[in-house]
Design a protein around this ligand. Structure first.
Ligand code: SF4
Length: 375
């Protein structure tokens, strides 16, 4: 298999994007990468910085999400409340959760230094805190971190970074979904954990670059949410080690996309060919054909994490793909790509290909049991 050098890979990715302006990555977008690590289509589009939302709209399959103005306002109001008076409410919770010493807590609002200096200033403050041998509790509001994504720098803004006694940094994520009787929507918590994992990785990278131990950043992040329909905040620790592992794997995959590019025609491009007004002019069928060249791994979770979800779902439906039944079923059916193939193996009409013997035996057994139940 041929391999591409770094420059060749960058050129291929530029050609995939074509004349479409590059899409910067934010933490939400990077977090979503970890949601479907097996999808080649997404890895290539994100690696090339392609605006998936614009592509989906042009294809006639606009994504169903995007926060409502009401949700954004609610989120902002809640965050303001938690951060009011130098993060007084947040401090109350952190004291309980992390044992921050009352007398020694300092508060730095990095936003005060101006946008262009924020990243440098954040580095300086984090460096100083990591060198400090005193058990000082410090909160950094509006810090600006960075992470390299497929050769490009993405700037990221966690809600707060807390540095506490024992020399550990904690990422604090403030979310406006409610915790009711100690329970929150698992999908919302999972999305928040993936996003916080991006910040943990970015802060660990910063510490490493500064010559400190990256493990000074705790894998437990502090998730702050409103409790029981009121706006009273409650903080919990969420372990993001699993999300970190998936994220690192996915980012490594994006920096070495050559194997994925290898299987594609050299002239393949996902260019939207924007006209003078910036609107895509590429024939829709041509773009759809180009996208179909890159293998997708549709799963129902794509509906909440990827802009191309309706396009890929439609494609999976047309192919009768087993992916439509969800990741669990797809993994159980490992190697059986379509529902028709699975049914054929189950009723014996189809002979198993090499490597499908075991799943074919299980499917035939399941079909026999189903018939017994029905009769
Ligand atoms: S929606 Fe399509 S491109 Fe996006 S992750 Fe799912 S399968 Fe991949």
């Amino acid at each position: 298999m041929k391999g591409l050098g770094h420059e060749d890979q960058a050129k291929r990715l530029d050609a995939l994007r074509g004349g479409t302006p590059q899409q910067p990555h934010d933490a939400r977008a990077i977090a979503a990468l970890a949601a479907n690590p097996g999808c080649t289509r997404r890895a290539l589009m994100d690696g090339a910085g392609i605006d998936k939302d614009a592509a989906a709209r042009h294809l006639g399959f606009p994504a169903p999400f995007g926060q409502s103005p009401f949700a954004i306002t609610r989120g902002n109001v809640f965050e303001t409340l938690v951060k009011a008076d130098g993060c007084a409410e947040l401090l109350r919770m952190l004291r309980e959760l992390l044992g921050l010493p009352i007398a020694e807590v300092a508060y730095h609002d990095v936003e005060n230094v101006g946008a262009h200096l924020r990243h440098t200033h954040t580095r300086a403050l984090i460096d100083r805190a990591a060198r400090d041998t005193h058990d000082a509790g410090t909160l950094y509001d509006h810090p600006l971190l960075s992470l390299r994504i497929a050769g490009h720098t993405a700037y990221l803004e966690p809600d707060v970074v807390a540095f506490q006694l024992g020399g550990r940094f904690h990422i604090v994520e403030i979310k406006s979904f409610a915790v009711i009787d100690g329970q929150a929507d698992p999908a919302a918590v999972a999305a928040a954990a993936r996003q916080a994992a991006v910040y943990v990785l970015a802060l660990r990278t910063m510490l490493e670059e500064l010559g400190h131990d990256p493990l000074k950043v705790a894998h437990d992040v502090v998730l702050v949410c409103p409790e029981n329909f009121a706006n009273r905040p409650v903080a919990t620790l969420v372990d993001v080690r699993k999300q970190l592992a998936v994220l690192k794997r996915q980012l490594a995959r994006m920096t070495s996309l050559d194997r994925l590019l290898d299987g594609l025609p050299d002239d393949l491009t996902f260019d939207l060919v924007p006209g003078e007004d910036g609107r895509p002019t590429r024939p829709v069928a041509e773009l759809a054909d180009a996208l179909r060249r890159a293998t997708a791994r549709y799963a129902p979770d794509c509906l909440s994490t990827c802009d191309l979800c309706f396009f890929c779902r439609d494609e999976a439906r047309q192919e009768g793909a087993s992916d439509l039944l969800g990741r669990h079923v797809r993994d159980e059916l490992g190697g059986v790509a379509s529902v028709a193939e699975a049914l054929g193996l189950a009723d014996g009409v189809r002979q198993p290909a090499e490597g499908q013997e075991e799943i074919a035996r299980l499917l035939r057994g399941a079909e026999r049991l189903r018939k017994e139940c029905l009769t």
